[in-house]
Structures are given as C-alpha cells and as structure tokens.
Design a protein around this ligand. Structure first.
Ligand SMILES: NC(=O)C1=CN([C@@H]2O[C@H](COP(=O)(O)OP(=O)(O)OC[C@H]3O[C@@H](n4cnc5c(N)ncnc54)[C@H](O)[C@@H]3O)[C@@H](O)[C@H]2O)[C@@H](O)CC1
Ligand SMILES: Nc1ncnc2c1ncn2[C@@H]1O[C@H](COP(=O)(O)OP(=O)(O)O)[C@@H](O)[C@H]1O
Ligand SMILES: [K+]
Length: 448
C-alpha cells in the first residue's frame, strides 16, 4: 500500500470546482475524460501485460472514463471486453460510450471474468453504498488483478462515511488529485497502491499527502542552541517523558532538558529534579516545551501545563495535557498530538471525516493538530492538511507516541512554522520506523 508523496488531495466538491475552472480555461470536460481514460488505459495495458481486460462501466462519468479506456486499449491491440451496469446517464459518458465500437455485456452473475478487471463503475459521484446484489457480483472477481479508476467503486470518496468497497484494488488511479478516501480508513487499504494521473487539473495544494522527509544537516554556523532547546516535563511515568526527550535529541534538537526525572535514556539528555521547572521555562533560549507523555490528568498536570502556557513558549501537548490546556490555548503556538481516544475526549463535538474533524479541531484550538493512527492527519488552523497514510504499522506499539511528541518538540524548537514542524516530525517518525521494521519497540526509534 502506498500513495505518492506530496500529492494534492481534493474533496469531490473541490474536484468539481477545479474541473469547472479547467473548463473555463478552455479545456473541455470531454478532454479531461479523454485524458483520464487514456491514463487508465495506459496503466491497464501495463498491468495486463498482454492478458485480456474486462472494463466494468457505471452510469456516470466514472463509467465514461471506462469506455474511453476500453477504446484506447482496443486501439493498442489489447483484448478488451466491456460490461455495463446500466446505460450511460451523463452526456459525457454517452459520448464516450458512442465511440466504443465493441460490444457491451450486461454485468451479470454469469459473465466470464478476465485476468485484469478495470473498475470504472462509480467514482466521486456515489451517493449511497452499493446494493447487496451488485456487491456480491463484484466479490466474485476477487483474486483477479484489479485496477480501480479514480476510487474503488463503493467508497465514499470524501471519507466521511465508512463504506467499504466489495472489490479491493491492486492499483487505484486517482484522477486529477487524490481524494480523502485514498488516505483515510476504512477505504485506503482497499485502494492498494494509489497512483496519480494529473490530467491537467490545477489542484489546490492546501491538502496534500505527506512530503518526503528530508533532514536538515547542521553546518559551520550551527551551535547546539541554534539547533533548538527543548524542555520535556516528566510526570509520574518518567520513562515516557524520557523517550520524548531522547527523541527530541535524535530528531535534531541541540539541547534537551528532562525536568522531573531522576534518569534519562541518554547521558546527553540533562535530567534534573522538578524543582528547576519554572526557571527552565524562563530560559530565553528555550524553543519548545513538551508536556503530556506519561503524565495522567490531575492537579499536578494542570499546574505544570499552566506554567508552560504562562511561559509563552511554543508547546507540544500530548495525551491528558491536551484537554488540560485546551481552554487556555488561545493564540499560543502549539502542536497537539491526540490519538483517537484523546481526540474524542478533547473534541467531542466534531463529526465528519477524520480530515474534517482534524481541521475543525485545529481551527477551534488555534493549534496544529496531529490526529494519530494508521491514517494520521496533520491539520493547521488556516486549513492546511497533510495526510500520512500509510505510515508504518510497526508503530502500533506502546511509547511510539511519546517519541513523536519529542520529535515535534525538536522540529518546533528549530523555529519552524508549527504545521511544517508537525509534518516534519511525522515524516521523521515514519522514516525511522520503516528503517527498523519488524519487531520495532519504541526504544529502537531513539537508539542508533
Ligand atoms: N472531476 C474531474 O475532473 C473528472 C472526473 N471524471 C470522472 O467522473 C467521475 C465522477 O463522475 P459522476 O459525478 O458522473 O459520478 P459517478 O460516475 O461516480 O457515479 C454517479 C452515477 O451513479 C449513480 N449512483 C450513485 N450512487 C449509486 C448507487 N449506490 N447505486 C447505483 N447508482 C448510483 C448516480 O445516480 C449517477 O448516475 C470521477 O470519479 C471520475 O472518474 C473524469 O471523467 C475526468 C475528469
Ligand atoms: N496501524 C498503524 N499504522 C501506522 N502507524 C500507527 C498505527 N497505529 C499507531 N500508529 C502510530 O503510532 C503512534 C502511537 O501513538 P500513541 O497511541 O500515542 O502511543 P503511546 O501513547 O503508547 O506512545 C502514533 O504516532 C500513531 O500514528
Ligand atoms: K471506480
């Protein structure tokens, strides 16, 4: 499973707007469909490697793409059949159907499959889940190679509803831009490997997949404090704060203090008792404060969070520190790192897709929010979004969130814009996890 790095993501509404802009700029919708179908044909040609292809066409423009793809494949000499669910219902799809000169079979239980199935039944226009009968019919194709045109038919392209498609794709060819479904659970795993066909649409880049992580190397002008100083406040479980502190160093901070812990995982982390916390917060060189790892809700946490807020320093708030700080966050530079449970506690009122919920939380809190999980979303108060699917599933183990919080501290202390800092931290976390792979434990992420 994969998606292209730093690729645009558009909702179906934004997609239609981009399409309309294209049309206003002189590129007709028919031309866009021709490009989409040609891109699908090209990919199907390579996937089929000479074997027969069966194109399944729906009634809308997704089906239109399918008819174009079938024509293009036939022109290249491929063995291609078309099966339709219904007659085309849009002018564009009707025109594409008219130019397909081969036969059109009915999509029935009896029809013969082919080694490659091109699924052009439904795209971003699906308004309700597929019926049971059609779903059952499509399940019969499981085990064949499947190319999904735009999205696997049956998903909610905007990712707000948890419909799962009956026919998982090996490769999904996203048209114009990725859609939320390509990067959100439960649909994303059904897309297989997602590729992007640009088709000439000028997609807004406010929402993208995660860019490739590139670390910044220090140079001759660098010194430890210019790389960023991070203060991690430990609570009753100092091991978690220790992971965060060590991760801050590994992610590039030049100087890391672990306040309130007797021991640190590295000698290079300055571990000290909690008494000096207020003084450390006053240090003009301090670039970021991390509070939350290993620190359950309660009066002590509230007191430490309050002091961190009063310092005016950029903050990374994890776990129970998120809900503790939320009412007083206004105007602060902060990154919040909730997993699903913490998110639901801190922001109980938001609905919609994970992207919509993350955006709403960022807007309401004024902070950058990293909604963790396999489909991690980073959202900024100004609406920017980065989607980290598929991340690295080996991260599903205790303590890795503490490491992420520390990495956020390092990126923030470096003076980056908090959204860019959060995106860099998520990228760093995934790259390190991928380098370790099977058997990963959180401690491995901070070791050499
Ligand atoms: N947006 C763009 O820039 C482009 C879009 N194109 C294609 O157009 C697609 C969107 O086309 P449409 O908006 O026509 O929508 P779709 O082709 O995705 O499907 C809409 C059709 O399905 C019917 N329908 C919806 N839910 C149904 C259900 N559960 N069971 C049975 N029928 C159902 C609707 O009544 C309608 O006829 C994209 O996914 C893409 O494949 C391409 O042609 C090229 C450019
Ligand atoms: N299945 C998964 N695939 C990819 N990443 C995952 C998966 N499950 C969890 N993660 C990542 O692992 C980390 C876990 O964080 P968290 O739940 O806070 O753990 P902890 O509190 O034990 O440190 C997060 O960065 C999350 O995005
Ligand atoms: K489709």
């Amino acid at each position: 499973m994969s998606v292209p790095a730093d690729a645009p993501i558009l909702t179906s509404e934004a997609m239609r707007a981009a399409e309309a802009l294209c049309a206003a700029g002189g590129t007709s919708l028919a031309e866009l469909m021709e490009r989409a179908g040609a891109a699908a044909a090209d990919l199907a040609w390579r996937m089929a490697a000479g074997a027969p292809v069966l194109v399944l066409c729906g009634p809308g423009n997704n089906g239109g793409d399918g008819y174009v793809a079938a024509r293009r494949l036939a022109e290249r000499g491929a063995s291609v059949r078309v099966a339709a669910l219904a007659e085309p219902k849009t002018d564009l799809a009707r025109a594409a159907r008219a130019r397909w000169t081969g036969g059109v079979e009915a999509l029935t239980d009896e029809m013969a499959p082919a080694p490659l199935i091109a699924d052009a039944l439904f795209g971003v226009g699906l308004t309700r889940p597929l019926g049971d009968e059609l779903a059952e019919r499509l399940r019969r194709f499981a085990g064949r190679r499947v190319l999904a045109v735009d999205v696997p038919s049956g998903v909610d392209a905007d990712g707000g509803r948890d419909w799962t498609p009956p026919l998982p794709a090996d490769i999904t060819l996203a048209l114009g831009a990725l859609k939320p479904a390509h990067v959100l659970l439960p649909a994303a795993p059904y897309c297989g490997r997602t590729l992007l066909a640009g088709i000439g649409i000028a997609a807004d880049r406010g929402m993208t997949t995660l860019p490739r992580f590139v670390g910044e190397a220090p140079d001759a002008s660098t010194h430890k404090f210019s790389r960023g100083m991070v203060l991690v406040r430990a609570g009753p479980m100092p091991g978690a704060a220790g992971l965060a502190a060590a991760a801050a160093l590994r992610a590039g901070a030049g100087y890391v203090v672990l306040s309130g812990a007797a021991r640190a995982p590295f000698s290079a982390v300055i571990a000290e008792d909690g008494e000096g916390y207020a003084g450390r917060l006053d240090d003009a060189r301090l670039g970021a404060v991390v509070v939350g790892p290993g620190y359950p809700a309660g009066a002590a946490l509230d007191r430490d969070v309050k002091a961190a807020l009063a310092s005016g320093k950029p903050l990374v708030l994890d776990a129970a520190a998120i809900a503790s700080a939320l009412p007083k966050l206004g105007g602060m530079t902060a990154i919040l790192t909730p997993h699903e449970g913490e998110f639901a506690r801190a922001f109980p009122d938001f609905g919609g897709s994970k992207i919509e919920r993350a955006r709403a939380a960022a807007e309401q809190s004024g902070a950058v929010v990293i909604c963790k999980g396999a489909d991690t979303i980073v959202a900024a108060p100004d609406g920017r979004v980065a989607a980290a699917w598929p991340g690295c599933p080996w991260l599903a183990t205790a303590g890795t969130g503490d490491v992420l919080a520390g990495a956020c501290g390092a990126m923030l202390a470096h003076g980056r814009d908090p959204f860019d800092a959060a995106v860099a931290a998520v990228g760093w976390h995934i790259v390190r996890a991928q380098a370790i792979g099977p058997g990963l434990v959180a401690d491995d992420l901070i070791r050499d």
